[in-house]
Design a protein around this ligand. Sequence first.
Ligand SMILES: Nc1ncnc2c1ncn2[C@@H]1O[C@H](COP(=O)(O)OP(=O)(O)OP(=O)(O)O)[C@@H](O)[C@H]1O
Ligand SMILES: [Mg+2]
Length: 500
Amino acid sequence: MNQEILRVEGLRKRFPGVLALDGVDLELRTGEVHVLLGENGAGKSTLIKMLSGAYHPDEGRIVLDGRPVEIRTAGDAQRLGIATIYQEFNLVPDLTVGENLSLGRPPRRFGFVDVKAMHRKAKELLDRVGLDVDPRTRIGSLGIARMQMVEIAKALALDARVLIMDEPTAVLTTSEVEKLFAIVRQLRDQGVAVVFITHHLEEIAQIGDTVTVLRDGRSVAEVPANTPENELVRLMVGRPIDQQYPRAAEEPGQALLKVEGLTRRGAFEDVSFEVRAGEVVGLAGLVGAGRTEVARAIFGADRYDSGQVEVDGRRLRPGDIDGAMAAGLGLVPEDRKGQGLLLGADIAENLGLVTLGRATHAGFVDRAGQRTAAAKVAGQLGVRMSGLGQEVRTLSGGNQQKVVIGKWLLADVSVLILDEPTRGIDVGAKVEIYQLINSLTASGHAVLMISSDLPEVIGMSDRVLVMARGRLVGELPADEATQDAVMALAVAEVEGTRVQ
Ligand SMILES: Nc1ncnc2c1ncn2[C@@H]1O[C@H](COP(=O)(O)OP(=O)(O)OP(=O)(O)O)[C@@H](O)[C@H]1O
Ligand SMILES: [Mg+2]
């Protein structure tokens, strides 16, 4: 029997307008992976922030090795052997990988930072997570999945007894998840107590031992990790979910998005496809296949060397976002924190970001109209908030993502590109988003959906395009798009040559 290492008793935490935690109990044991499960806004991140010293509880206590402890700062947590990988990255984009991995404690020689030693140490940590990047690379230039692997390497450097991971797999694809799980199992077998938060239910039985379910700030159950998924859903949502992918296909109309021969040397080559009115087209592939790069180029966020893009019959100029938006194109980016939101502004302002230009009445901004529309879309998406005036920074991760999507739903574009739209979204809220995608296509819009979640991209697309190494390598109609068929295409080219 594994030994108790840390216990949380009756934790309460109130923020202005929200009781985030309303009496939470949790027991962590050595050599166990403990999954925290709950809807967006249930209180998972708030709970772990009290173990990492980021927040202090209003009531309740934390007991470590049988003794109550005060965790007031990140330093306290570190001294007690508690390391945390946050849901929102804590890396410094302008520093290198090596600098980020040694932050606060770089090795020194004669009073100077010993860069060689720093890079050697960084390389060791990167090897442990199987990440092949040069420690001199700037963090900001890595994709989001590789940033996450750096974040994990950083936590490993602390040799903690309790390792907390807040949605580490949200931005990873299958092969990286496998690497991560191997590391987690190894740490668990060495006696580390791991806390693991995820919205991917299938991961729970794979990696977990025990699950604590949080609902509305309360711990409502502790069950074994092999509990059937529908039972876990019932515990977390309070009701069963009948249909996870409610795609209602439409008869497709004219092509609204036409991409021809799109090429950027070193990134993608000769990408051509169309998305028609009423269609959801999925874009699948492994991380690094070039999907996000293509989406950004189409939208004008990045340039391309040759090829062309047409929206609703209008040819777009490369690198011209304003022109793309004026033609009726929208992009929900994968990196919501970096590109999707004004964190310091409130929910209403963020939802109005795209529409602001249009919501004018005789030259005045129609604030009342904007607010009504914002309230409606926030309601449809079930954004958990104290009100439209809540700062987006203080929303839970999943609820921030809902705001990014809501912003573009309000914009009423004719072609919407969604890059990993349900990353970090709970199972119940995902269905709401899928229903909104259905209503977009029912009213004649076109949707291009990039997703690394295979069941999702298969379940919600009418056609699936597969990318590998910067090229489109195949197309599957919905009824032939099985996970095996998509994966077979996605990895087939891996032995081939990289686009130059
Ligand atoms: N600093 C803060 N100020 C105000 N409210 C906050 C703050 N931090 C969290 N909250 C609120 O506390 C509640 C719980 O949020 P928390 O981030 O713990 O949810 P979560 O379970 O991690 O959700 P997700 O799955 O979306 O990450 C939410 O209603 C959130 O808006
Ligand atoms: Mg969270």
